[in-house]
Every structure is written in C-alpha cells, then in structure tokens.
Design a protein. Structure first.
Length: 186
C-alpha cells in the first residue's frame, strides 16, 4: 500500500512512532521495525524520516550504512504535535475521507442513541440531562468531522456514561459511539 503523498507517509510515521513511544519512550525503532508495520514502503522511508528529523520531530541514530539510519524515536516536540490534534491534522492532513469514513456509521448510531435515551429508565432531572446531552452530541456530530471539538465530544460521552452508571444495556449504542470516536481517534 503505497502512500500517495509524502505528508501521508509522514503522518503514518509519526503515528507509528507515537504508539511505540507510549509503550516504551526510551526504545528506538529500526527501519525494519517500521517497515514491519506494513503501512510504510521502503522507498518512502528514508526521505520522510530525514524530513521529520530536520523538523526536530524525530531523533535519529546513524549507523554504519549511510544514508540509512540505524534507529529513530519521537522527540518531545513530535509527541506534542501528535497530541495536538488540530495542529497535527493541519501539518499532516488525514487522507481524504479518512475522518468521514470513520464516522460513516455515526448518524445511524446517534439516532439509535436518541431512541435509547428516550426509552431509558431514568426520570426527572437525570432524564432531562441525558436527553440534553444526547441532543448536544447529535448537534456536535452534525458538523463536518474535521471541525468536531473532540474534547467536547469526550466530555459529553463521559457525562452520558455516568448518567446510566456505565450500564451497557441502557444505552448500548453509547459504547459503539465511544469506540468510533475515542478508541479509534486519529
């Protein structure tokens, strides 16, 4: 699977290095480790890693076989960039449709969530609050995916989960929506 644009390759490299950094921040990845992921091709690796190094987003260890590097890891600047979703998407945009594809099933799930909230066993202020939260989530997800305010969405999802005490049988769609929006976030 060859990436079409260097920014897509750089985005994928940063994500691979970020995931590894969270598991072990001191260990560096070799070119073979990165290629083993299967999402970056050998011909795309060298120039893009050096570009990220020139931008101070990765740290390189040079080996005995120039120009190939021996190992690479994310710098603190690289970690900060990946964790700042807005800036990360601005500098290294997701591939066209990536955000939309991930959210393709959201409208149906949100409508199901509306029905589940309406038939929930909650009453009084708890019920009103849940229905307001569901409507707020519905409105937020109606925006283009690139303009979603993820911190707001996460907070609303957390509030709804607290309202039903994490009972999956009350709002079964809530877990699926969380999986799409939080677990698979870019």
């Amino acid at each position: 699977m060859r990436a079409r644009h260097p920014k897509s390759v750089r985005r994928r490299l940063l994500l691979i290095l970020y995931e590894h950094y969270l598991r072990d921040p001191l260990q560096m990845l070799s070119p073979q480790d990165i290629l083993a992921d299967g999402t970056v091709q050998r011909e795309d690796l060298l120039a893009n890693v050096y570009y990220l190094h020139d931008r101070s987003l990765v740290e390189l260890m040079h080996g005995y076989h120039p120009p190939m590097f021996a190992a690479v890891r994310l710098t603190a600047t690289g970690v900060d960039l990946v964790e700042n979703e807005f800036e990360f998407n601005l500098l290294f945009p997701p591939t066209p449709g990536e955000l939309e594809e991930k959210g393709a099933q959201l409208p149906a799930l949100v409508e199901r969530l509306v029905e589940e909230a309406d038939f929930s066993p909650l009453d009084g202020e708890a019920r009103k609050a849940l229905l307001r939260d569901v409507q707020f989530l519905r409105d937020e997800l109606a925006r283009p995916a690139a303009r979603w305010r993820r911190h707001v969405i996460h907070a609303v999802l957390d509030w709804m989960a607290e309202a039903v005490d994490e009972q999956d049988e009350v709002l079964p769609s809530l877990g699926k929506i969380r999986a799409i929006l939080i677990d698979n976030a870019p």
